[in-house]
Design a protein. Structure first.
Length: 181
């Protein structure tokens, strides 16, 4: 019975990932208004993209690679602002409590931490609607975000870069994104 339930759960995770992952956004696409959470588990609201923004998608809070990836955006936050970036959003398919704890764990990076928004896409709805969800069940227990960056002008995609291997940080490194701006 346990193996039947386990198999059904794995199939359900794969099916959800497939259903949520629509066509990947590209330059000129619009980021759909989907509810996400930043402050509390019961306070969902659409991601408000005004002006030029950088959205950093990461597979999982507290994972080694993600915890090495995000500090670059914190460190270079002022440079992003100087290049016309209104907001930096780190989006993860984790619940808001895990996402907030991860942000707090990275707070030793300095006060700029307050300026970088950590967004919980707990149901994967935003990430799936832009086609950047993948099945990470074997390692992370369910569907997760691909590692990506999107530069937007309001809700329109200007630039997108998706890592082929989510365990690597190449084109999505903060320094490389700054070079694009």
């Amino acid at each position: 019975m346990t193996s039947i339930l386990s198999s059904a759960t794995q199939t359900a995770h794969s099916l959800v990932t497939t259903l949520l992952a629509t066509a990947q956004v590209k330059p000129g696409s619009v980021i759909p208004a989907q509810n996400v959470k930043e402050d509390a588990g019961d306070q969902a609201q659409p991601l408000a993209l005004k002006g030029r923004n950088v959205i950093v998608g990461v597979p999982g809070a507290f994972t080694d690679t993600c915890s090495k990836h995000v500090p670059g955006y914190i460190k270079h936050y002022e440079e992003f602002k100087q290049r016309g970036v209104n907001e930096v959003y780190v989006v993860t398919v984790n619940d808001v409590f895990v996402t907030k704890a991860w942000k707090k764990s990275l707070a030793s990076q300095g006060t700029r931490m307050l300026s970088v928004h950590f967004i919980a896409d707990d149901t994967g709805t935003l990430t799936g609607s832009i086609g950047l969800l993948f099945d990470a069940s074997k390692l992370l227990g369910g569907p997760r975000s691909k590692r990506y960056i999107i530069v937007t002008n309001d809700d329109k995609v200007e630039t997108i870069s998706v890592e082929e291997d989510p365990s690597k940080i190449t084109t999505t490194a903060a320094e490389n994104v700054l070079a694009l701006l």
